[in-house]
Design a protein around this ligand. Sequence first.
Ligand code: ADP
Ligand code: MG
Length: 641
Amino acid sequence: MNRKYALAAFVGFIALCLVPVFTSNPYYIHLVETIMIYAILLFGLDIVVGYTGQVSLGHAGLFGIGAYTAGVLFLKVGAPFWIIVPASIAVTALFGAILALPALRVSGPYLAMVTLAFGTIIQILINEMTFLTEGPMGLKIPKPTVMGYKFNEESFYWVVCVMLALSLLVVHRVLRSQLGRAFEALRGSPVASDCMGVSVYRYKVYAFVISAGFAGLAGCLYAYSEQYISPNTYNNELTVMFLLAIIMGGRKTRVGAMLGATIIVLLPKLLDDLEAFRVVASALAVMMSLGAGIAIAKGRTTLNTMLAPVVGTIALAAFSFWLDNITDWRLSIFGLMILFVVYYLQDGIVGFARALLGRSSHADTAVVLKEDNPEQDALIQTSGNHQENLIVAKQVLMQFGGLKAINLVDLTIRKGTIHGLIGPNGSGKSTMMNVLTGIYTPTAGSIEFDGRSVIGRTSSDIALSGIARTFQNVQLFGEMTALQNVQVGLHHTFSSNLLDVALHTQRFTSEEHAATERGLGLLRFVGLLDLANEEARNLPYGKQRLLEIARALALDPQLLLLDEPAAGLTAPDIKELVSIIRKIRDHGITVILIEHHMDVVMGVCDTVSVLDFGQKIAEGRPAEVQADEKVIEAYLGGTAA
Ligand code: ADP
Ligand code: MG
């Protein structure tokens, strides 16, 4: 972690710890305690929502499972606190795996509905399983006793502080590791994740499990904090509040989670107290106006974009003074604020503040680029067994409904060659790649890669066995930096597990260091070293294509599939691309190149196969193929049609 951020986090944490010293009012202490407990849950929820990009409306249910695991273990078994905490985490994590199952099949609104149903079912179960949970009566739990010491309101507050700090550390480390990059990659492009050997299936489940673990810890602490739990706490309103907290605070930031927790805990209280509401609304208006003024003066934003937020907050403040009774307006004000945030502050409060301050969200992950990065060879010489042919495909048929996108094609790729695959648009070239990489399972035929069949295997498994690819429509992980994109490709070089990541063991730190060095080496190989810290979506199109190649090479592939890498590139970029492709071949990596630029194909390919309407119509050395009548006709026919 960057020193400045670590220091700020530390100061904030000390300030939080000192709350009971400044006020002895148990009401305030309890409020802050609740905020911290919610923040722990939100750290976890953000993994699922902010990083993997899935919706979960099941987190109030998970929160309830954590609370009830604690309550039941205490009342029925008399388990001690130090058993109850890990048990709540473990039991809830297990339910997280169950919640993940629908996420593997559906997404978007469907996933929202299924997870909402999950939450409802949990609530009903808690209500009905009276033999364990006492049903609607609820459970009473005293503050814990550890080694003869019984915690009181104040000392338990510090327990929550410590748990918050530990959660923050763990979640921070997870998200800055190969695991966090895998989660983020899922959001960026599931297809590309799979093709980089990061199984979407596995990491979606991981994300839900880890996320649920935090919800379990929060639930357990909540039970001890409230000393009474009952089923109707864990309702759908709470689950929506959690999601709102992430959206309002801003996803992919821990500060945002803390802010979100503060808002959902304090806002209902604030909307009960007109005086306090006026003060806060006025302060907000002043801060917003000042912030906007400074940002505009520094040229970081324009008057147009700032107008609505500034006018909105000033209107809110004016409104608060006009009101003489707030109770009737609470829900409307709350609703308006949500609309406002969703509409104008799409990256939440933290994202908005970052824009005003002109900071990138990658400020704390950026690597320092040294001029003297060791000139190591980023490409690993590939070996493998000594077969002459790397790919042997026979009679491959790929049918979509009535359309035979690939119609009984035989394809043999010799090791160490650059094999061109050409043909008019829609002739089945990309489909061939998708079949080779396991995205589609062919309707019939056989495909062997290095002597082993690829049919029926998952994309990530095939990728890990040595086939890397790029995509015709670029599939980068847009919100991640160029270096992080390549590091996702290096995921296979990590053997460290969650524990290594959380504890920063020697194994993890050395693997992470190696992945950074290799990542930079690969970026240098494609000429993108100086853009290492740039978000992929901000790169020019040609650079994005090169970045995809670097990421694919990170897999240490034996075979690299390039799907129209020169499309949309300028002439100098194409020249650079050709020299990169040659260098890749010289490292012993076999290449299949789909390309429309004939000069590129003729210049670099050893062999060319031509597809037309899903059938192979010619094959041979570039010059032979170019002179083939059937090929000329296919291309002329293709353009004439
Ligand atoms: P190209 O040679 O231009 O890369 P493609 O392999 O993308 O061609 O497409 C070959 C044919 O298969 C096209 O007619 C396309 O519409 C069809 N096709 C490709 N993928 C699918 C799919 N998932 N479902 C239905 N048809 C598809
Ligand atoms: Mg194509």
